[in-house]
Ligand binder design. Sequence first.
Ligand code: ADP
Ligand code: MG
Length: 250
Amino acid sequence: MSYLEIKDLRVKIEEKKILRGLNLNIPKGEVHAIMGPNGSGKSTLSKVLSGHDDYEVTSGSALLDGDEILGMEPDEISRLGLFLAFQYPLEVPGVSIANFIRAALQGRLTGNETVDAVGYYKDLYASMDELGIDRKFTSRCVNEGFSGGEKKRCEILQMAMLKPKYCILDETDSGLDIDALKIVAKGVNQMRNPDRGILVITHYQRLLEYIVPDKVHVMWEGRIAHSGGKELALELEAKGYDWVREELVA
Ligand code: ADP
Ligand code: MG
Protein backbone atom coordinates (compact mmCIF):
# COMPACT_ATOMS: atom_id res chain seq x y z
CA MET A 1 0.00 0.00 0.00
CA SER A 2 2.98 2.33 -0.35
CA TYR A 3 1.49 4.44 -3.08
CA LEU A 4 -0.10 7.74 -3.76
CA GLU A 5 -2.94 6.31 -5.78
CA ILE A 6 -5.38 8.50 -7.67
CA LYS A 7 -8.38 6.86 -9.26
CA ASP A 8 -10.96 8.31 -11.64
CA LEU A 9 -10.58 11.81 -10.17
CA ARG A 10 -13.18 14.26 -11.46
CA VAL A 11 -13.08 17.87 -10.34
CA LYS A 12 -14.97 20.95 -11.37
CA ILE A 13 -14.90 24.61 -10.53
CA GLU A 14 -17.86 26.89 -11.14
CA GLU A 15 -19.51 24.19 -13.29
CA LYS A 16 -16.41 23.88 -15.46
CA LYS A 17 -15.04 20.33 -15.59
CA ILE A 18 -11.29 20.45 -15.13
CA LEU A 19 -10.18 16.96 -14.13
CA ARG A 20 -12.09 14.34 -16.10
CA GLY A 21 -11.29 10.90 -14.81
CA LEU A 22 -7.62 11.10 -13.91
CA ASN A 23 -5.74 7.95 -12.92
CA LEU A 24 -2.22 8.03 -11.54
CA ASN A 25 -0.16 5.82 -9.29
CA ILE A 26 3.05 7.03 -7.65
CA PRO A 27 4.90 4.33 -5.73
CA LYS A 28 7.39 5.14 -3.01
CA GLY A 29 10.93 5.14 -4.33
CA GLU A 30 10.00 6.60 -7.73
CA VAL A 31 10.03 10.01 -9.33
CA HIS A 32 7.23 10.63 -11.80
CA ALA A 33 6.81 13.67 -14.00
CA ILE A 34 3.63 15.16 -15.41
CA MET A 35 4.00 17.30 -18.49
CA GLY A 36 1.18 18.99 -20.32
CA PRO A 37 0.04 22.16 -22.02
CA ASN A 38 -1.11 25.18 -20.04
CA GLY A 39 -4.67 24.81 -18.84
CA SER A 40 -4.66 20.98 -18.91
CA GLY A 41 -5.29 20.85 -15.15
CA LYS A 42 -1.86 20.20 -13.66
CA SER A 43 -2.08 22.84 -10.92
CA THR A 44 -5.67 21.86 -10.22
CA LEU A 45 -4.50 18.31 -9.54
CA SER A 46 -1.84 19.43 -7.08
CA LYS A 47 -4.17 21.85 -5.31
CA VAL A 48 -6.97 19.32 -4.96
CA LEU A 49 -4.52 16.79 -3.50
CA SER A 50 -3.32 19.32 -0.94
CA GLY A 51 -6.87 20.04 0.25
CA HIS A 52 -7.61 23.36 -1.46
CA ASP A 53 -11.32 24.03 -1.01
CA ASP A 54 -12.07 26.07 -4.16
CA TYR A 55 -12.56 22.87 -6.12
CA GLU A 56 -15.49 20.51 -6.16
CA VAL A 57 -14.54 16.85 -6.31
CA THR A 58 -17.41 15.08 -8.05
CA SER A 59 -15.97 11.56 -7.97
CA GLY A 60 -12.87 9.47 -7.49
CA SER A 61 -10.37 8.82 -4.77
CA ALA A 62 -6.83 9.72 -3.74
CA LEU A 63 -5.22 7.28 -1.35
CA LEU A 64 -2.01 8.07 0.52
CA ASP A 65 -0.66 4.72 1.70
CA GLY A 66 -4.28 3.56 1.80
CA ASP A 67 -5.78 6.62 3.53
CA GLU A 68 -8.33 8.68 1.62
CA ILE A 69 -7.14 12.30 1.54
CA LEU A 70 -9.93 13.86 -0.53
CA GLY A 71 -12.07 15.86 1.86
CA MET A 72 -9.32 16.22 4.47
CA GLU A 73 -8.08 19.62 5.65
CA PRO A 74 -4.70 20.81 4.28
CA ASP A 75 -2.94 20.47 7.64
CA GLU A 76 -4.22 16.91 8.09
CA ILE A 77 -2.94 15.96 4.63
CA SER A 78 0.38 17.59 5.40
CA ARG A 79 0.69 15.68 8.67
CA LEU A 80 -0.07 12.44 6.84
CA GLY A 81 3.04 13.15 4.77
CA LEU A 82 2.12 14.92 1.55
CA PHE A 83 4.05 18.06 0.68
CA LEU A 84 3.15 20.44 -2.13
CA ALA A 85 5.57 23.01 -3.52
CA PHE A 86 3.35 25.60 -5.17
CA GLN A 87 3.71 27.06 -8.63
CA TYR A 88 3.14 30.48 -7.07
CA PRO A 89 4.33 30.35 -3.42
CA LEU A 90 2.39 32.68 -1.14
CA GLU A 91 4.00 35.29 1.07
CA VAL A 92 3.49 34.88 4.80
CA PRO A 93 4.17 38.32 6.29
CA GLY A 94 5.16 38.46 9.93
CA VAL A 95 6.31 34.83 10.15
CA SER A 96 10.02 34.08 9.83
CA ILE A 97 11.21 31.05 7.87
CA ALA A 98 12.70 29.57 11.04
CA ASN A 99 9.45 29.90 13.01
CA PHE A 100 7.32 28.74 10.09
CA ILE A 101 9.18 25.48 9.57
CA ARG A 102 9.52 24.91 13.30
CA ALA A 103 5.75 25.32 13.77
CA ALA A 104 5.14 22.82 10.97
CA LEU A 105 7.47 20.29 12.61
CA GLN A 106 5.91 20.95 16.01
CA GLY A 107 2.50 20.25 14.48
CA ARG A 108 3.66 16.74 13.63
CA LEU A 109 4.58 15.87 17.21
CA THR A 110 2.17 14.42 19.69
CA GLY A 111 1.56 14.89 23.40
CA ASN A 112 4.11 17.01 25.25
CA GLU A 113 6.94 16.56 22.77
CA THR A 114 8.63 19.73 21.57
CA VAL A 115 11.07 20.37 18.75
CA ASP A 116 14.61 20.38 20.13
CA ALA A 117 15.90 23.88 19.37
CA VAL A 118 19.58 23.03 19.07
CA GLY A 119 18.99 20.05 16.79
CA TYR A 120 16.47 22.04 14.80
CA TYR A 121 18.83 24.90 13.98
CA LYS A 122 21.61 22.46 13.16
CA ASP A 123 19.37 20.72 10.60
CA LEU A 124 18.01 24.01 9.29
CA TYR A 125 21.45 25.51 8.70
CA ALA A 126 22.73 22.31 7.09
CA SER A 127 19.78 22.30 4.66
CA MET A 128 20.18 26.02 3.95
CA ASP A 129 23.85 25.59 3.22
CA GLU A 130 23.10 22.74 0.83
CA LEU A 131 20.50 24.80 -0.99
CA GLY A 132 22.74 27.86 -1.12
CA ILE A 133 20.37 29.94 1.01
CA ASP A 134 22.11 32.64 3.03
CA ARG A 135 21.69 32.06 6.78
CA LYS A 136 20.43 35.62 7.04
CA PHE A 137 17.21 34.34 5.48
CA THR A 138 16.39 32.45 8.68
CA SER A 139 14.82 35.53 10.20
CA ARG A 140 13.21 36.84 7.01
CA CYS A 141 9.48 36.45 6.60
CA VAL A 142 8.40 33.58 4.40
CA ASN A 143 8.67 34.60 0.74
CA GLU A 144 8.24 38.30 1.53
CA GLY A 145 10.20 40.26 -1.06
CA PHE A 146 11.92 37.08 -2.27
CA SER A 147 12.90 36.71 -5.91
CA GLY A 148 11.32 33.86 -7.90
CA GLY A 149 14.41 31.69 -7.39
CA GLU A 150 14.56 32.42 -3.65
CA LYS A 151 10.90 31.44 -3.23
CA LYS A 152 11.48 28.13 -4.98
CA ARG A 153 14.57 27.38 -2.90
CA CYS A 154 12.58 28.23 0.23
CA GLU A 155 9.96 25.67 -0.83
CA ILE A 156 12.65 23.01 -1.25
CA LEU A 157 14.05 23.97 2.16
CA GLN A 158 10.63 23.33 3.75
CA MET A 159 10.43 20.02 1.93
CA ALA A 160 13.91 18.99 3.09
CA MET A 161 13.06 19.84 6.70
CA LEU A 162 9.61 18.20 6.78
CA LYS A 163 10.79 14.98 5.13
CA PRO A 164 7.39 14.12 3.63
CA LYS A 165 6.46 10.67 2.28
CA TYR A 166 5.24 12.15 -0.97
CA CYS A 167 6.21 15.43 -2.63
CA ILE A 168 4.48 17.25 -5.44
CA LEU A 169 6.40 20.03 -7.12
CA ASP A 170 4.23 22.22 -9.31
CA GLU A 171 6.32 23.95 -11.99
CA THR A 172 9.17 24.47 -9.57
CA ASP A 173 11.27 25.37 -12.61
CA SER A 174 9.15 28.29 -13.76
CA GLY A 175 11.02 31.56 -13.57
CA LEU A 176 14.34 29.97 -12.62
CA ASP A 177 17.61 30.67 -14.35
CA ILE A 178 19.87 27.73 -15.02
CA ASP A 179 21.93 28.08 -11.82
CA ALA A 180 18.86 28.26 -9.59
CA LEU A 181 17.36 25.35 -11.51
CA LYS A 182 20.43 23.21 -10.82
CA ILE A 183 20.31 24.03 -7.10
CA VAL A 184 16.61 23.16 -6.90
CA ALA A 185 17.19 19.94 -8.85
CA LYS A 186 20.07 18.98 -6.55
CA GLY A 187 17.82 19.56 -3.53
CA VAL A 188 15.12 17.33 -5.02
CA ASN A 189 17.60 14.63 -6.00
CA GLN A 190 18.89 14.54 -2.42
CA MET A 191 15.32 13.83 -1.32
CA ARG A 192 15.06 10.75 -3.55
CA ASN A 193 14.94 7.59 -1.49
CA PRO A 194 13.10 4.26 -1.35
CA ASP A 195 10.63 5.63 1.23
CA ARG A 196 9.53 8.65 -0.72
CA GLY A 197 7.48 9.20 -3.86
CA ILE A 198 7.99 12.39 -5.85
CA LEU A 199 5.79 13.96 -8.53
CA VAL A 200 7.35 16.71 -10.60
CA ILE A 201 4.98 18.82 -12.68
CA THR A 202 6.57 20.77 -15.47
CA HIS A 203 5.81 22.38 -18.77
CA TYR A 204 9.35 22.03 -20.09
CA GLN A 205 11.74 19.15 -20.55
CA ARG A 206 14.69 21.13 -19.18
CA LEU A 207 14.04 20.37 -15.50
CA LEU A 208 13.92 16.66 -16.31
CA GLU A 209 17.50 16.77 -17.57
CA TYR A 210 18.47 17.42 -13.96
CA ILE A 211 15.76 15.45 -12.16
CA VAL A 212 15.63 12.32 -14.26
CA PRO A 213 12.20 10.73 -13.75
CA ASP A 214 11.33 7.04 -13.67
CA LYS A 215 8.12 7.72 -15.54
CA VAL A 216 6.64 10.56 -17.56
CA HIS A 217 2.91 11.19 -17.95
CA VAL A 218 1.20 13.54 -20.34
CA MET A 219 -1.77 15.47 -19.04
CA TRP A 220 -4.35 16.40 -21.62
CA GLU A 221 -7.71 17.98 -20.86
CA GLY A 222 -7.83 16.74 -17.30
CA ARG A 223 -6.64 13.19 -17.86
CA ILE A 224 -3.39 11.28 -18.13
CA ALA A 225 -3.47 10.71 -21.85
CA HIS A 226 -0.14 8.94 -22.28
CA SER A 227 2.59 7.48 -20.05
CA GLY A 228 6.12 6.36 -20.77
CA GLY A 229 9.72 6.36 -19.63
CA LYS A 230 12.04 9.34 -19.35
CA GLU A 231 12.52 9.42 -23.12
CA LEU A 232 8.90 10.57 -23.48
CA ALA A 233 9.96 14.01 -22.20
CA LEU A 234 12.36 14.38 -25.12
CA GLU A 235 9.71 13.23 -27.56
CA LEU A 236 7.30 15.86 -26.21
CA GLU A 237 9.93 18.55 -26.45
CA ALA A 238 10.61 17.64 -30.07
CA LYS A 239 7.05 17.04 -31.23
CA GLY A 240 4.99 19.32 -28.99
CA TYR A 241 1.72 18.22 -27.48
CA ASP A 242 -0.45 18.12 -30.59
CA TRP A 243 0.39 14.52 -31.40
CA VAL A 244 -1.16 13.49 -28.08
CA ARG A 245 -4.46 14.96 -29.23
CA GLU A 246 -4.12 13.36 -32.65
CA GLU A 247 -3.47 10.03 -31.00
CA LEU A 248 -6.51 10.45 -28.77
CA VAL A 249 -8.77 11.34 -31.67
CA ALA A 250 -7.46 8.49 -33.85
P1 ADP B 1 -2.27 24.00 -15.68
O1 ADP B 1 -1.64 24.04 -14.33
O2 ADP B 1 -2.12 22.69 -16.40
O3 ADP B 1 -1.87 25.15 -16.55
P2 ADP B 1 -4.71 24.67 -14.22
O4 ADP B 1 -5.02 23.53 -13.34
O5 ADP B 1 -4.10 25.87 -13.62
O6 ADP B 1 -3.86 24.15 -15.48
O7 ADP B 1 -6.05 25.13 -14.95
C1 ADP B 1 -6.91 24.22 -15.66
C2 ADP B 1 -8.16 24.96 -16.11
O8 ADP B 1 -8.95 25.28 -14.98
C3 ADP B 1 -7.89 26.26 -16.83
O9 ADP B 1 -8.82 26.39 -17.88
C4 ADP B 1 -8.13 27.30 -15.76
O10 ADP B 1 -8.56 28.51 -16.32
C5 ADP B 1 -9.21 26.65 -14.92
N1 ADP B 1 -9.13 27.07 -13.50
C6 ADP B 1 -8.17 26.74 -12.62
N2 ADP B 1 -8.36 27.30 -11.42
C7 ADP B 1 -9.50 28.04 -11.55
C8 ADP B 1 -10.25 28.88 -10.66
N3 ADP B 1 -9.85 29.08 -9.39
N4 ADP B 1 -11.36 29.46 -11.15
C9 ADP B 1 -11.76 29.24 -12.42
N5 ADP B 1 -11.12 28.47 -13.30
C10 ADP B 1 -10.00 27.88 -12.89
MG1 MG C 1 -0.10 25.18 -13.49
